[in-house]
Design a protein around this ligand. Structure first.
Ligand code: HEC
Length: 245
């Protein structure tokens, strides 16, 4: 199978994509889609650190601003670095051919990445880069072995190294377990980094399904209406049947 086909299959099969994590335990992202501030911080992270390589071509800046309650002027100042119009799609400046030459592969569009990978995978992925001198780009990733993406958030997180320990089970069978250890701190504490990644994943999740929020609040309204209607119906029933008994 060629690489492209494998990738397409991975995108189509979330369950399989999960298995491709190589059995690594995924950390819970615990994102909160209703937390608008978290989404705003995530949007900023995304345009600052991801949009130079990855696009989000199904998304318009204008929509992000409206959904996340950011004024047009602020969207232009804080989310759009290369000018352009508010109605523009979140495309990327790097040409595919250049990416291919630099990274050996074209960074995929991230608009619906949360739907194919899931929030927990993305959260764990952004926390699982580690130094690996055997790789050309000098890094590797626990949930995405031999990844072609550099650790773009290294300044924030710092550098992790893999600590491999061999454990023996009760039958004497050996197995290796890999843990990551922060050996060179970044400008954020581990707690701050977790929060930053959670915000980022929250935003990626929102992009994958921008209607989720609307749908949820509509659902609540419908249920409220049904409850009120139930009370009215009950009162009417009592009224109608009162003389019959
Ligand atoms: C310097 C360029 C570059 C930047 C910046 C970058 N990436 Fe990547 N990313 C890549 C490349 C190249 C790949 C493809 C890796 C592969 O297939 O081996 C990739 C792959 C990924 C994948 C895996 C996609 C899949 O196949 O399922 C995710 C998720 C991802 N990037 C998220 C991000 C996020 C989030 C950011 C911002 C914090 C970011 N990337 C910033 C280059 C980049």
């Amino acid at each position: 199978m060629n690489k492209h086909l494998i990738k397409t299959l991975l995108l189509l099969a979330p369950a399989w994509a999960f298995a491709a994590g190589g059995g690594v335990h995924l950390e819970k992202a615990n994102i909160d889609p209703d937390n608008v501030q978290s989404l705003q911080r995530g949007a900023k992270m995304f345009v600052n650190y991801c949009l130079s390589c990855h696009s989000a071509e199904l998304m318009r800046y204008e929509r992000v601003g409206k959904d996340l309650g950011i004024e047009d002027k602020l969207v232009q100042e804080h989310l759009m670095f290369t000018g352009g119009k508010l109605g523009d799609l979140m495309t990327v400046a790097t040409a595919d051919a250049d990416s291919k030459e630099w990274f050996g592969t074209v960074p995929p569009d991230l608009t619906v990445i949360a739907r194919s990978r899931g929030a927990d995978w993305l959260y764990t992925y952004m926390k699982s880069f580690y130094r690996d001198d055997s790789k050309i780009i000098g890094v590797n990733n626990l949930v995405f072995p031999d990844v072609g993406m550099p650790h773009v958030l290294w300044e924030l997180q710092g550098w992790q190294d893999a600590v491999i320990t061999t454990v023996k089970d009760s039958h004497g069978k050996e197995s290796k377990s890999v843990a990551l250890e922060l050996t060179e701190p970044g400008i954020m504490s581990p707690k701050e980094y977790d929060r930053a990644v959670r915000d980022l994943v929250n935003f990626l999740d929102y992009m994958g399904e921008p209607y989720k929020h609307e749908r949820k609040s509509l659902g609540v309204k419908v249920i409220m209406f049904l409850l009120v209607f139930l009370i009215v119906a009950y009162m009417m029933k009592r009224e109608f049947w009162k003389d019959i008994h």
